[in-house]
Design a protein around this ligand. Structure first.
Ligand code: UDP
Length: 500
């Protein structure tokens, strides 16, 4: 192992490699790509991050610090054609869309970026060696062909979920997904039961389905040279092995990516300016609580819950009796939530134990505080892995996309999560459906189960700590993810050598 690593290191630093990273324009997709950029640049590779101006601003502080430390990262800015596709000026990111119904306009704008990007790549020095792009940017397949470079996709999912999705596609092609009721996803190392209403849009389309866009993305996905995954081998070994077989061995597990943020400033500024003006006051608040006593509740950057669901969440937290932090997303949907908070004096009433953060919370910073004892999450993969990495057991409330699969992973494979019991994806325009409702009693029950200091809670906490420790080892020198990163660089270097 060691001699292989040393040999590769020697070879790699000899050539000039330029990795072009093209994230989907959404905070939760750019965040892991920026982390990936730091890791690659840390290995001596030049990294070019392709973004649009308003997205770049969110990351300026972090990227400037990396550049200041002598690493070769640069940002290429493309002009986002918001107006041309009927989006409000300045709406350059999926998490800023006025409503989910605008997804189609957003993808139209993404498609229009191809020409600009290719012109910039043509002038680039050193020449692009490969593209690592978000799966959702289908045109990068053509671009990689034009430049004759490998296209490696990143879609922010685990190998577990990738494998579930693959097997679900096989079922779908044979028309075997039952319309209702639970069924077992076939050919997986564990018994994973789901129902159609809990599946991602490709298998469970809502009224505003974007199937044509999805088909295009999937076609481009199958042509990709390889896949990078934000995970670590030890977390899901059997799933990594199976997924690797499906992708001709070209799967690189290089996570947890969030762990490349070592100092508090990097953690606090990850993904956006934090909404907590005085990071100090947040720290003081957290310091005032016993270790492992606080529940941190945040449902990600893209999801929107209805006012009815927010009320159940807020009351469930209150009735759990635990100190809590509750993140409230700004933008559409916030006004009725603020109204309810005011009318019911929720913030005043819970002031002794509760902290409301409006807007962007410094999630990784909060999770790393010893006072955090549980994470109520919507099970986006970034958040899921950040919770795993922070050693905390989780309370799971999936909302949409592949989040129900991530929930299954936490609850049934890793056994560090407890579900609030949500039964279905909340589709746009179908928010009132009974299966997507969760009541406060269920929220309280799941929180108490996770936070209790009896055997069941203690065992879960112990498992969470063990897996968190393994996560940290994976990125250390000669850890599995560290080695995988080196092998990825070596792969691209060999491709370039063979080409020339
Ligand atoms: N995040 C954050 N503060 C917030 C909301 C989200 O730092 O207030 C970060 C979080 O740490 C994670 C990402 O945004 O890295 C959310 O990604 P995830 O895959 O969990 O969910 P999504 O937002 O895509 O639904």
């Amino acid at each position: 192992h060691l001699s292989l690593t040393l040999l590769i290191k020697e070879m790699v630093t000899e050539t000039e490699l330029n990795f072009v990273l093209i994230p989907l324009l959404a905070a939760s997709h750019i965040i892991p790509m920026v982390d990936m950029a730091k890791l690659l640049a840390g290995r001596g590779v030049t990294v070019t991050l392709v973004m649009t101006p308003l997205n770049a601003i969110r990351f300026t502080a972090v990227i400037d610090r990396v550049i200041g430390s002598g690493l070769l990262i640069r940002v290429l800015e493309l002009q986002f054609p918001a107006k041309e596709v009927g989006l409000p000026e300045g709406c350059e990111s999926a998490d800023l869309l006025p409503a989910l119904a605008f997804r189609r306009n957003f993808f139209a704008a993404i498609d229009m970026l191809q020409d600009q990007a290719e012109k910039l790549l043509e002038q680039m020095k050193p020449k692009p060696s490969c593209i690592i792009c978000d799966t959702h940017i289908a045109w990068t397949a053509e671009t990689a062909d034009k430049f004759q470079i490998p296209r490696i996709i990143f879609d922010g999912m685990s190998c577990f979920t990738q494998l579930c999705m693959h097997n679900l596609y096989v079922m779908k092609d044979k028309n075997e997904i039952p319309e209702s009721g639970p069924f077992v996803i076939p050919d997986l190392p564990d018994r994973i039961e789901v129902s159609k209403g809990q599946l991602p849009g490709a298998f469970n389309p809502g009224k505003h389905c974007i199937q044509d866009i999805r088909d295009k993305i999937r076609a481009a996905e199958t042509r990709a040279y390889g896949v990078v995954i934000n995970t670590f081998e030890e977390l899901e070994e059997r799933y990594v092995d199976e997924f690797r077989k499906l992708r001709n061995g070209r799967v690189w597990c290089i996570g947890p990516l969030s762990l490349c943020n070592n100092d508090n400033l990097d953690k606090a500024q990850r993904g956006n300016k934090t909404s907590v003006d005085k990071e100090d006051s947040l720290n003081k608040w957290l310091d005032s609580w016993q270790p492992e006593s606080v529940v941190y509740a945040c449902l990600g950057s893209l999801g929107r819950i209805t006012i009815v669901q927010f009320v159940e969440l807020a009351l469930g937290l209150e009735e759990s009796g635990c100190p809590f932090i509750l993140v409230i997303k700004t933008g559409e949907g916030q006004a009725p939530i603020e109204d309810w908070i005011l009318k019911n004096r929720f913030e005043k009433r819970t002031k002794e134990r509760g902290l409301l953060i409006r807007g962007w919370a410094p999630q990784v910073l909060i999770l790393s505080h010893p006072a955090i004892g549980g994470f109520l999450t919507h099970c986006g993969w970034n958040s899921t892995l950040e919770g795993i990495t922070a050693n905390v057991p989780m309370i799971t409330w999936p909302l949409f996309s592949e989040q129900f699969l991530n929930e299954r992973f936490l609850v049934h494979v890793l056994k560090t999560g407890v579900s609030v019991g949500c039964q279905g994806v909340m589709h746009l325009g179908e928010e009132e459906k009974p299966e997507v409702q969760v009541n406060k009693e269920e929220v309280t029950k799941a929180i108490k189960k996770v936070m209790n200091k009896e055997k069941e809670g203690n065992d879960r906490r112990k498992r969470a700590k063990e897996v968190g420790q393994i996560a940290k080892k994976a990125i250390e020198n000669d850890g599995s993810s560290h080695l995988s990163l080196i092998l990825l660089i070596k792969e691209i270097q060999e491709f370039q050598l063979n080409k020339s």
